[in-house]
Design a protein around this ligand. Sequence first.
Ligand code: HEC
Ligand code: HEC
Length: 259
Amino acid sequence: MRAVKLCTSVLAGFLAVNALSARQQTAPPSEVDEGRELFIGNCAVCHGPDGDSVPGVDLGHGKFKRASSYDNVIEIIRDGVPRTAMPAFSKELSELEMRAIIAYLRFMAATAYSTSAPGDPVRGKAIFESKGACLNCHRVKDKGSRLGPDLTEIGAVRRMIELERSLLEPNAEILLQNRLVRLVTRDGVTITGRLLNQDTFTVQLIDSRERLHSLQKSSLNEYAFIDKSPMPTYRDKLNPPELADLVSYLVSLKGIVSQ
Ligand code: HEC
Ligand code: HEC
């Protein structure tokens, strides 16, 4: 706790000396990541993954009804808004966690999409299932493969800009739970697949043919995460209108309940 405080005050001094603008004071990625998790876990249920589901409030674009600064925003998160659905989080979240959420809100505003959902989700679904061949690796409800992450609810947990980035630069950001592992057993058999679970002694994964493997770690010669995503980039495979349609389709995938 103390080390973190010291570190932020040194950083604040550094920023003041260099007279950086507010926009340039981007937080280190780890704080933004923590803020994203906290936002998805505590706020997205009402505010939506893009922060724009409550009428008149657009958290992802820094557009507020009441708050006039990010300090105000912290107060609102802490105390809630009386006589509205906005709850107080003073018991659920620590000051550092609230600051992480603010870092994420600033990050969202700095990387905001200027256009909103320009594509056609129906055409996007057709691209997903035919030309894009996304079902070779992904599942939506009961259709497709389990090699890559299940996308049935992807529109509820990822922002448009994140979905677009996944299609254009699959290697830019791979979530821990989506990472692939490569194992080589003592008898020289190589298995590549998505990590499902592991403990001190065993590891479970699912391979590209959807076979479940459970192995003793002691029987392995090699065990490593693969840094590169097996997902190809669609930058040259799909043109911009097709990408927009596809992203609109992904945004529409909000899980079974809302269908
Ligand atoms: C149960 C639903 C709900 C949850 C959960 C929720 N909010 Fe809200 N929030 C609202 C509503 C509704 C409003 C609008 C209140 C009003 O009418 O001014 C609001 C308003 C706000 C405002 C004021 C915006 C402005 O225009 O000034 C901020 C900031 C905010 N919420 C942030 C958060 C954050 C951050 C979280 C998660 C830690 C969160 N909210 C969780 C429902 C919710
Ligand atoms: C060769 C297999 C493969 C193909 C084909 C493929 N993907 Fe992926 N995709 C993956 C894997 C594995 C991941 C998880 C690792 C990563 O994030 O890159 C992933 C990640 C994603 C993510 C991010 C998921 C998250 O939780 O943030 C999205 C969105 C996505 N893919 C959409 C698509 C779409 C749309 C298509 C078709 C145009 C497609 N993928 C084609 C394997 C594939």
